[in-house]
Design a protein around this ligand. Structure first.
Ligand code: NAD
Length: 245
């Protein structure tokens, strides 16, 4: 479904991001795995040997416009285009409002929101020049419902939804589609970091009866990146088993 396309996947070294990387590679795309450190990128690439020259690694500071632009240009130079950006890197938070420091609040805003802006801008510049592309960001079901602690996290996901809907309208004239995927509870390190009691409580309330697998989320990313979604832009696609926290 993605033959001859090139994708950058941020946070592509593990969890949902690594599942997106695999799904895109399985469907014929060239993929740049973007991670925070060379070591974690190398570890991910070691698991993707079978894809040979179709996969590469980058590790720019996602909040640095210059570093991101340079990395994305290197991807275009290596593969000939940059067609798909998956803004997936993210961190969560459960800190109570009373304990939140401004530093912690800024840290989550930086990766979950500022990096989405920086990467979208750098990718859109390349996509516009080449005639089009697709931007997809990982939101969350808490971007609809909020959550009872860690207010910075849902705040960033509400903002990602707003940026998605706005950029969809702004970039349509450049043939760039912009969408988001909102997972519910997915089985990754982020989930494993939560208290078991919280995981059990959340899982029990999911109508489909289980947390999502990373591949469930990656399937939505495949659909939205492909020509099957050629008339789909500005949506936040829930992939959550009808969960409501
Ligand atoms: P994860 O912790 O397994 O992966 C997070 C990824 O982000 C990793 O690849 C990590 O290297 C990268 N990352 C972290 N800090 C970074 C930094 N400073 N710079 C660059 N990259 C950095 O988590 P995950 O569950 O796979 O999360 C992926 C996305 O899915 C996030 O945006 C998260 O908010 C979202 N999400 C996850 C769930 C869930 O239940 N797991 C639910 C809803 C939304």
């Amino acid at each position: 479904m993605l033959k001859n396309k090139t994708a950058v996947v941020t946070g592509g070294t593990r969890g949902i991001g690594l599942a997106i990387v695999r799904k895109y590679l399985e469907n014929g795309a060239n993929v740049a795995v973007a991670g925070s450190r060379k070591e974690s990128v190398d570890k991910a690439l070691a698991q993707l040997n079978e894809y040979g020259e179709r996969v590469m690694g980058i590790w720019p500071d996602l909040c640095s416009p210059a570093a991101v632009a340079e990395a994305f240009v290197s991807v275009k130079e290596r593969f000939g285009s940059l067609d798909i950006l998956a803004n997936n890197a993210g961190i969560s938070s459960r800190t109570s409002l009373y304990d939140y420091t401004l530093e912690e609040f800024s840290t989550i805003l930086d990766l979950n929101l500022k990096a989405v802006f920086v990467c979208s801008q750098a990718a859109a510049r390349i996509m516009k020049a080449q005639g089009g592309g697709v931007i997809i960001s990982t939101s969350s079901m808490v971007g609809e419902y909020g959550q009872p602690s860690g207010c910075g996290y849902p705040a960033t996901k509400f903002a990602v939804n707003g940026m998605t809907k706005s950029l969809a309208r702004e970039l349509a004239k450049d043939n760039i589609r912009v969408n988001a995927v909102a997972p519910g509870v997915a089985k990754t390190d982020m989930l494993a970091a939560l208290p078991q009691e919280m995981i059990d409580r959340v899982s029990a309330g999911i109508p489909l009866g289980r947390p999502g697998e990373p591949v469930d989320i990656a399937n939505a990313y495949l659909y939205l990146a492909s020509d099957m979604a050629s008339y789909v832009t500005g949506i936040v696609l829930r992939v959550d088993g009808a969960a409501m926290t």
